[in-house]
Design a protein around this ligand. Structure first.
Ligand SMILES: [Zn+2]
Length: 357
């Protein structure tokens, strides 16, 4: 028996009874739908924007969640709001349905079955990640650039260790006086090269840009992959956690502080979260995603505005993962710093104070 068949067993009365146990009563009902307050994201109150469609037996939240889900996922959401995680199997039994041979699901590890189910429900088109093809470049180009201690000194002075720089094949381009940052796909194929420039005339065009060498622009669609996925995917697959930073340097710093074999950091090179990102996180069997964006705020009012943006990003990931985000609530860091820039203690303080979505 699958979840769809279980869902089919629900009558309208059962749905009302189940939500009634949480003191959630319908606002309105007609032959096609029952309208509930948005208990999917509100502990109490909530506007009448959670629609239950009798024919499909699916809910749709027209506000915060902006997605469709069934009673089981709704129960998970409601329990999560109350600080408790339940599995889909437990949600089924709360509905007094017999889950039969549905395997009990490990609380901390969404099964592939779970994930496929959630993907189906949310009607999200997720391409098969193994079929994502990137334009690749001949990695011989990297031989042009050496591991130049003097050239790489600016990053070493910021605390990035030599072994981490080497693991990520960071090099120095002495001709352009720039730090070379190769980007690899999951399997290690070279898909792009970015450079960190220092000369004023280069900085005018942007601090970080793709390398242009010998008529070839080594750019890549940054929204389709993560920086660090090749180097860190084995760690992430082992720990089921991914910490998402904005920039490459944070991934390197995290590896230096926690060890290259514990490095679960990735960078989105910006703040966009795409379906390709989600698919890669699913492929790496991630359960917990921690967003660790830069401190682009100088006062409490700005922090609150930025926090709202982070919550929007987190919501994109929330149907698939346990998501939290960290912010510099005490303004310990300089403006526009990465949470890891202030070192281990400060990072761990922010980690401890992170907000769960
Ligand atoms: Zn909602």
């Amino acid at each position: 028996m699958d979840f769809k068949e279980l869902r089919e067993q629900l009558t309208d009365e059962m749905v009302k009874d189940i939500l009634g146990q949480f003191n959630v009563e319908p606002f309105d009902e007609n032959e096609n739908e029952i309208i509930f307050p948005t208990c999917c994201h509100n502990l109490v109150g909530g506007s009448p924007k959670l629609f239950y469609y009798k024919n499909t037996k699916l809910f749709h939240c027209y506000t915060e969640c902006a997605s469709s889900f069934d009673i089981f996922t709704l129960l998970q959401k409601m329990y999560r709001l109350r600080g408790e995680e339940i599995t889909l199997g437990q949600a089924v039994s709360i509905c007094n349905l017999d889950a039969g041979d549905i395997k009990p699901i490990d609380k901390n590890l969404a099964s592939a079955e779970d994930i496929r189910y959630m993907q189906g429900l949310n009607n999200v088109y997720i391409p098969d990640v193994d079929n994502l093809d990137f334009k690749t470049y001949d990695s011989k180009i990297l031989k042009k650039f050496g591991f130049d201690y003097m050239g790489l000194m600016p990053w070493m002075e910021e605390g990035i260790g030599i072994s981490t720089l080497q693991k990520f094949q960071i090099r120095y381009d002495s001709y352009r006086q720039a730090i070379v940052i190769p980007n690899f796909d999951y399997d290690g194929k070279l898909i792009g090269i970015r450079e960190r420039y220092f000369r004023p005339e280069d900085l005018a065009k942007g601090k970080y840009r793709p390398l242009f060498d010998n008529g070839i622009l080594y750019n890549h669609p940054t929204g389709r992959t993560f920086y660090g996925i090749f180097e860190n995917h084995a760690n992430i697959e082992r720990k089921h956690i991914a910490i998402i930073f904005e920039g490459e340097k944070s991934v390197l710093l995290y590896g230096t502080i926690y060890g290259d074999n514990n490095n679960v950091a990735l960078a989105t090179l910006g703040q966009n979260i795409t379906k390709d990102h989600i698919q890669y996180l699913l492929k790496m069997k991630v359960n917990h995603v921690i967003l660790a964006y830069d401190s682009d705020y100088e006062d409490y009012k700005q922090l609150k505005e930025v926090e709202k943006k982070y919550q929007e990003k987190a919501k994109i990931l929330a149907p698939y993962f346990n998501v939290s985000y960290l912010m510099d609530y005490d303004f310990d860091l300089p403006y526009k710093s990465s949470p890891i820039d202030g070192g281990r203690d400060l990072f761990e303080k922010m980690l401890k104070n992170r907000r769960i979505v």
